[in-house]
Design a protein around this ligand. Structure first.
Ligand SMILES: *Cc1c(COP(=O)(O)O)cnc(C)c1O
Length: 234
């Protein structure tokens, strides 16, 4: 367990290297430590070691751990069913996985009833993998427009992407680059509820390549906490 802090240090250094290699700084890239299947104790060790942002992919895990984890920014990074939005609306700082108007509308409604504005990212499936959630590159513009027109209680902060698995992450850099292009393009829209700040791309096996392609928010789990044992996930 103590080696969570040691692993974090290594990840931190690798983020710094990748950022500096493309003329950016360590602080230009936010690290979201992904704690699925991990206990509150393990998460608190990471927080004590400097982690400010925690990502979970299941609503149930956020609810189970929320009270036992020290104050931190929570990110919902996994597929979210509309009927579960209500459970996390007052717990998370940002929802990365918005991939339909229906989901955005539910977040809007629930945020409105709490008197808050929820930050969201649109999940783009640039490789068009059948097995992955997310909108296609082509759908991004129309979804942004519809959300800006109809959802008053959400703010679109950027885009998120989960790339296909690859033995050599350089092979999938194109999928990150395509999302980065859209991020730059739509980020120029002037609107009070569109304020692009986050391009969420990169996981344990591919975050340096994602940073090279322009990511400024990496979601790293197993490289910090160790390999996951899914028998522990409810
Ligand atoms: C699990 C998960 C991650 C982190 O994956 P690792 O390979 O453990 O770094 C990142 N993003 C999403 C959406 C995830 O579900």
């Amino acid at each position: 367990m103590q080696d969570i802090a040691a692993k974090l240090k290594i990840i931190d250094e690798r983020i710094k290297e990748a950022a500096e290699a493309c003329g950016r700084k360590r602080d230009d890239v936010l690290l979201c430590a992904v704690s699925k299947t991990r206990t509150p104790e393990e998460i608190n060790i990471a927080i004590d070691a400097g982690v400010t942002d925690i990502g979970e992919n299941k609503v149930q895990e956020i609810m189970d751990k929320f009270d036992a984890v020290k104050p931190v920014r929570w990110h919902m990074i996994g597929h979210l069913q509309t009927n579960k939005v209500k459970y996390i609306i007052d717990k998370v700082a940002m929802i990365h996985s918005v991939d339909s108007f229906k989901l955005a509308a539910e977040i809007d409604k629930r945020a409105g009833s709490k008197g808050i504005v929820m930050d969201i990212l649109l999940q783009v499936n640039s490789a068009q993998e059948e097995s992955k959630f997310g909108i296609s590159l082509d759908e991004t513009e129309s979804l942004i427009k519809e959300i800006l027109e109809k959802c008053e209680n959400v703010r679109i902060r950027g885009l998120m992407c989960v790339a296909p698995k690859a033995d050599d992450p350089q092979d999938i850099k194109i999928y990150f680059s395509q999302v980065k292009e859209q991020y730059d393009r739509f980020g120029r829209i002037e609107h009070e509820r569109l304020d692009f700040k986050y391009l969420s791309m990169g996981m344990s096996h591919d975050f340096p390549v994602a940073i090279e392609a322009g990511s400024n928010l990496v979601r790293v789990g197993s490289a910090i906490f160790g390999e996951r044992d899914y028998s522990k996930q409810k």
